[in-house]
Design a protein. Structure first.
Length: 358
């Protein structure tokens, strides 16, 4: 493997060590010198030509030049022996003297001529691929992109991460880390599906999903924080009272409360106060109220069909189980129906979901 400019410069030493004394040998040595000079100039202009992991297509010709130089020395020896055999034959040397030369390849001189000429041609191709601007931001980004793993690899990685985290994330009150990891898996999958020709990392467009997901992860805490949105506490209290008096089963009350994002402490009207020390008070970040809080959306006045679909898309991206998602849709529809009845909201969730085929 060629790893340094010093190794390239050694090609000149190899060229100087080639024997001469005959036109074909002299031509081969001169061409070898020229090829060594061209390649040395090329890698000094663009050191990335030495990086086989970066771009094999660009470094292939450089390797080919090295391979041709490796063949030059024995082929030059064979050509010299062939020429010497001819000279001794003309002088009437004995069979024993000719035998001392060993096996003769009569085609060696022509092969040497062709190979040395080919070395110069390949060296010129190496120089043609050298990039004088190799160290500019544009070229560095190009090299970075070529070093990326395949989109198939990233997709498999995202699937493995999702499968590993899903059991933790499907609990009613998942750990923040579980949601962060699911969000990361969703981002990886989106990047892989887009391909490496998408927005350059660091651009505003490329960072927006990450910024939004970061807000979503903390939404569960935001809903119950001191600086929670003004609508949050009234919405939680109203929803809790509605579920408490509604004629549905206890398990449905619990499921709806979890789906909406009503904190456990506010479910005491029908569940009593928590008795276990490890009960999680913070609602799931992907539940409806926390999601609205994370997006600065008042669900009473600011909800639209597009925003509701955005919430559903977040569920898919976070790997929410189909059954959990179904309960959340039903709970949101029921809540909006109740808010409409109380005159607290006019948004028709049923129509919005029906229109979008959900």
């Amino acid at each position: 493997m060629i790893t340094s400019i010093a190794e390239v410069k050694r090609l000149a030493d190899l060229a100087e060590k080639l024997p001469g004394g005959a036109p074909v040998l002299d031509r081969a040595r001169a061409r070898a010198r020229r090829a060594a000079e061209i390649v040395s100039e090329a890698v000094q202009i663009d050191p990335t030509l030495l990086d086989t992991e970066l771009d094999y297509d660009r470094t292939r010709d450089l390797f080919l030049v090295f391979e041709l130089f490796r063949q030059l020395k024995p082929l030059t020896r064979q050509a010299w022996l062939t020429l010497e055999h001819g000279r001794l034959t003309q002088l009437g040397a004995s069979r024993e003297d000719l035998a001392r030369l060993g096996r003769i390849n009569p085609l060696a001189p022509d092969e040497l001529d062709a190979l040395s000429e080919r070395a110069v041609e390949i060296a010129e191709r190496v120089r043609a691929t050298a990039l004088p601007d190799w160290n500019t931001p544009r070229r560095i980004r190009e090299r970075s992109q070529r070093l990326l793993p395949s989109d198939e690899f990233v997709t498999r990685l995202a699937d493995q991460l999702t499968d590993a985290v899903r059991p933790a994330a499907e609990l009613a009150y998942p750990a923040t880390a579980a949601l962060e990891l699911l969000a990361l898996a969703a981002q990886l999958r989106a990047i892989a599906s887009r391909g490496w020709g998408g927005p350059v990392a660091g651009s505003t467009a490329n960072n927006e999903p990450a910024r939004q997901q970061a807000e979503l992860v903390t939404a569960g805490e935001k809903l119950t924080a001191v600086d929670a949105p003004g609508w949050a506490r009234p919405a939680i209290d109203t929803a809790a009272r509605w579920l408490h008096r509604d004629d549905i089963s206890l398990s449905s009350k619990n499921a709806y409360a979890t789906a909406l994002g009503i904190p456990r402490a506010d479910q005491h009207l029908w569940r009593g106060k928590p008795t276990h020390y490890n009960v999680v008070e913070v609602p799931a970040a992907t539940a409806f109220f926390p999601w609205c809080a994370g997006r600065n959306i008042d669900p009473h006045t600011d909800m639209t069909a597009d925003r509701l679909q955005e919430w559903l898309a977040e569920q898919d991206a976070a790997g929410v189980a189909p059954n959990t998602l179904k309960v959340r849709r039903v709970a949101v529809v029921a809540w909006y129906r109740e808010m409409w009845r109380q005159g607290l909201a006019t948004f028709d969730a049923t129509a919005a979901l029906t229109a979008r085929g959900r």
